[in-house]
Ligand binder design. Structure first.
Ligand SMILES: [Fe+2]
Ligand SMILES: [Fe+2]
Length: 198
């Protein structure tokens, strides 16, 4: 039987895509960028990581705990997400021209790289071994739906940060724009929902 869920990317591919999007944004970050561009790049990274961690915590990790409860990587993930969120709060309070901005951003990315390495070499392959393709697709649908809800209130701000952060870099802009498309789609979806309520 035809199922729309089969057309959705799997939850594991979506998680990998989110990781790539954060790394592409981070790779635009260099010491000589203007404070405005630095702040836009760090805000793009902060928003993407916050939404990504929430999606993993609400949709992906609970399922993995039912199939692989003893995995130590799953056990330490909540603490690592909490550390990232603490650094995100700290980073958001620092202006782009402040020397501490770069230091905290690099510390955040060091945590992220370590955490993503565990997810991509342990948790995602385990999910693909233990869960059926249909289940992975269905979780992908759930994740996409929740992403739109989380993104809608901040879609405009996220799209602007992308535009400023990726200005002047054609290749990276194209890749970054893929992330911004999610923000614009969320904005459109929220607008349609509001219109339907009137
Ligand atoms: Fe994570
Ligand atoms: Fe992740």
């Amino acid at each position: 039987m035809f199922s729309l869920a089969k057309l959705s990317p799997t939850v594991t591919d979506m998680i990998r895509f989110d990781h790539s999007h954060v790394f592409v944004t981070f790779h635009q970050f260099t010491h000589d960028k203007s404070p405005t561009v630095k702040k836009a790049l760090s805000e793009t990274i902060c928003s993407a990581l916050e939404i990504h961690a929430t999606l993993e915590e609400e949709i992906f990790y609970p399922v993995m705990r039912t199939v692989d409860a003893a995995d130590p990587v799953l056990e330490k993930a909540p603490d690592e997400h909490a550390d990232m969120k603490r650094l995100i709060r700290e980073l958001r309070a620092i202006p782009g021209h402040d020397d501490r901005h770069d230091r905290v951003l690099l510390e955040l990315m060091r945590e992220v790289i370590h955490h993503v390495a565990d997810e991509e070499t342990v948790v995602l392959p385990a999910a693909e071994r233990r869960l059926s393709k249909e289940r992975l697709n269905q979780l992908g649908v759930e994740m996409n739906k929740r992403r739109v809800e989380l993104l809608a209130p901040q879609a405009g701000k996220v799209a602007i940060s992308h535009a400023v952060g990726f200005s002047g870099s054609t290749t990276a802009w194209v890749l970054g724009a893929v992330g911004a498309i999610g923000a614009v789609l969320a904005l459109a979806t929220a607008g349609r929902r509001t219109a339907a309520q009137h």
